[in-house]
Write a protein that binds this ligand. Structure first.
Ligand code: FMN
Length: 387
């Protein structure tokens, strides 16, 4: 299973091609669009999120509601492209730098300067158009398809915001269905209403000060069998693949599985999850501190992944940078930007994690049709049962 995306933030559309999906997977288009629209929500986001109501159009690989086994091609239109047609024209266009919205002032914390130097662009717009997190809409679309494959095997995916700046959400131990329902009703994807209010007020304050703020988000995946991923080769370790995928999300600066960095402070007896057995359940663990992984493989407990997002780099509050034309210092002033995209990042995290798990799922149970995968899956479950 693999995908590629293309498209610019102010171009006509984002395009994604998914290859390796089995045939006969029924796709719920509403659910797909629901995931895209979840990414656009969240307290602290700016005007663009109101212009855009993302929907995915499927332009290949699906017929009469189900996959055919051919590559699935997806398109997510950029609704405000009409305002950018000229600026983003693929043909050479006459006009001033201003008309072309040329960018010569790199933002600290963004890809602008490194990308400009690396690709030898004197217009940094060529960099920012692709490095923008708009691309995560295409990744969410791919993840949303992967999620539907997993759902066909009873796998559930949830996400919650753990921290925004100084405000931390209290821990909860809710059943996954309730967690999904309650976070969906929250403007900042938390369960606790008091925390929600505090986070909203905090984001308002950050925005007023012309600043931005990041946070920590968590994804939980339940219903996975023991043994996805493998210890036999480093690139087959599923926890490693998930960590890499999480780090590839724009602005993510760290990742944890289970208690993560806490494990460095505790003793072995306080960390490892004791092994239990019951005839009706098979092997299970008394706790889940290791977040569902040992040896790069799932251990049957819920997978718990956290990622930390840095504050958004585009700031109203000017930061020092250097003009690439004059080499003179300047302090950047921006027209508009989000103050906080942590709730949206939570949705990206969920879908990126779902993608990596679906990939490992197909590596293990792979077949050309959903029926073949189901047979392989059932067969493996009975093997586990009789072990
Ligand atoms: N960066 C901005 O400058 N402005 C934004 O509005 C913005 N929105 C984002 C929304 C989401 C959901 C995510 C995940 C990131 C967003 N970012 C935004 C972060 C940048 O895309 C990111 O910092 C940049 O691509 C540089 O990559 P790096 O931070 O991973 O090094």
């Amino acid at each position: 299973l693999r995908y590629l995306t293309a498209g610019e933030t102010h171009g006509p559309q984002l395009t994604a091609i998914i290859e390796g999906l089995p045939s006969n997977l029924t796709l719920d288009f509403e659910e797909l669009n629901f995931q895209l629209q979840r990414r656009q929500k969240g307290y602290g986001r700016g005007r663009r999120m109101q212009i855009e109501k993302d929907t995915a159009q499927i332009v290949g690989g699906v017929r009469h509601g189900y996959t055919t086994g051919a590559p699935v091609a997806l398109v997510v239109e950029n609704k405000d492209w009409t305002h950018w047609k000229n600026i983003m024209n693929i043909e050479p266009i006459p006009g001033s730098d201003e008309e072309k919205r040329r960018v010569n002032r790199p933002r600290p914390g963004h890809a602008d300067l490194n990308g400009g130097l690396k690709y030898n662009h004197t217009d940094l717009r060529n960099v920012l158009e692709r490095s923008s997190a708009r691309e995560t809409a295409a990744r969410v679309a791919c993840g949303a398809v992967a999620r539907q494959l997993l759902a066909a095997f009873g796998v559930k995916v949830a996400g919650q915001v753990i921290r925004i700046g100084e405000i931390e959400a209290p821990a909860n131990d809710l059943p996954i269905e309730e967690l999904i329902e309650r976070t969906e009703q929250s403007s900042v994807r938390v369960v606790d209403k008091e925390t929600e209010q505090k986070m909203e007020a905090y984001i308002d304050q950050i925005k007023e000060e012309g600043d931005s703020i990041g946070g920590i988000v968590e994804c939980i995946v339940e219903g996975l069998p023991i043994g996805l991923g493998s210890y036999v080769q480093s690139d087959r370790k599923l926890d490693g693949a998930i960590a890499g995928a999480v780090m590839s999300i724009n602005a993510f600066k760290g990742v944890e599985i289970g208690i993560g960095f806490e494990a460095g402070k505790l003793r072995g007896s306080q960390v490892h999850d004791e092994i239990m057995y019951e005839a009706s359940k098979g092997y299970y663990r008394a706790s889940n501190r290791l977040g569902g992984f040992e040896g790069g493989m799932t251990n049957g407990m819920p997978v718990v992944v956290r990622g930390v997002m840095k504050p958004i780099p585009t700031l109203y509050k000017p930061l020092q940078s250097v003009d690439i034309d004059t080499k003179e210092p300047f302090t950047a002033q921006v027209e508009r930007s989000d103050a906080c995209a942590v709730p949206a990042a939570c949705v990206v995290l969920e879908n990126v994690v779902a993608w990596e798990i679906a990939k490992a799922f197909l590596d293990k149970f792979g077949g050309d049709s959903l029926e073949e995968i189901k047979a392989n899956y059932e067969n493996y479950l009975s093997q586990l049962e009789s072990y």
